[in-house]
Design a protein around this ligand. Sequence first.
Ligand code: PAF
Length: 281
Amino acid sequence: MKLIQTKQELKEALKGERQRGKTVGLVPTMGYLHEGHLSLIRKARQENDSVVVSIFVNPTQFGEGEDYNTYPRDLDRDTEQCRSAGADMVFAPGAGEMYVEDSITYVDMNGLTDRLCGASRPGHFRGVMTVVTKLFNIVRPDRAYFGQKDAQQVAVIRRMVRDLDFNIQIIEAPIVREEDGLAMSSRNTYLQPREREAALVISQALFLAEQQIAGGERRGDFIRDKIIEKISSQPLARLDYAEIVDAAALTPIRVIKGSVLIAVAVKIGRTRLIDNIKMEV
Ligand code: PAF
C-alpha cells in the first residue's frame, strides 16, 4: 500500500491503473478511522480493482469556534488500518497541498444544505462539496463511498453528482454502532465517561421511534415529540434538532410514508453528535 501526499503523485499512480482498465473506488475520510470507515474500505475493496482512501481534515467545512484544531489525528494508526482493510493507496495531503493559497472558488447548493445540520453549521456543506469535488477531480473514481451516519452529506453529494454531471456512482453504507447502540464517530473520543453513558440517549430515542413506526404509528409530529421527550430526559444532552424528513429531499413530512429519514443532532457537553435511522414505510 502506498502513502501519497501530493496530488501530482496520486494522479500519476492512478493514470497507470486507468490505462490498464482498472476501476477505482474512493473512500473520502477525515481520518481517525473507526469500524464505520473500515466497513466502507472493505466494501470498496470488494467492488473495485483499486481502492484509494483520502485522509484530510478539511478546514473549509469547519465553522468559527468548531473543532478543526482539536479534531483527532493519527496518520500512522490510520495508515495501518487502511492497509489491513485492503486499501491500495492512502492520499493524505497537507492543507497547503490541497488548497492553493489564493483559492477563491467553492461549490455550493441551495435548499438541501439549509436544513438539519446546515441550519446550525452555516457553510459546512459548501466546504464538504468543495473538497469532495476536488477529490473527485483528483482521483476520478468510478465509485465513491460514504457512511449513512452523515445522511444529509450523502443526500447533498448525490444531488451534486447529479446536478454537475459527475460520472461517479455514490455508494452509501449503513451506520456501524458500538455494542450498546452509540453510532461510531471519530468525535466519540471527546466524550468523558459520564458523557459517553449519556450519549446513549440518542440511539435509544431513535430505536424507540423506529419501534413505534414499525408498530403502525404514522404521525410525524407525534414521533418527533417522543424523540424530543426522550432526549430531554437526559440532563447532559442538549438537542440541536430532531426531524422526520423525506430521505432524498430532506423536507419535513407530516405523515410517515415512503423513504423516511429520522435525523437528530445533540450536544453532549461540548461534543456535537449526529445519528439517524432510515426506514421504508
Ligand atoms: O464525512 C467526512 O469525513 C467528510 O465530510 C468528508 C466527506 C471526508 C469531506 O471532508
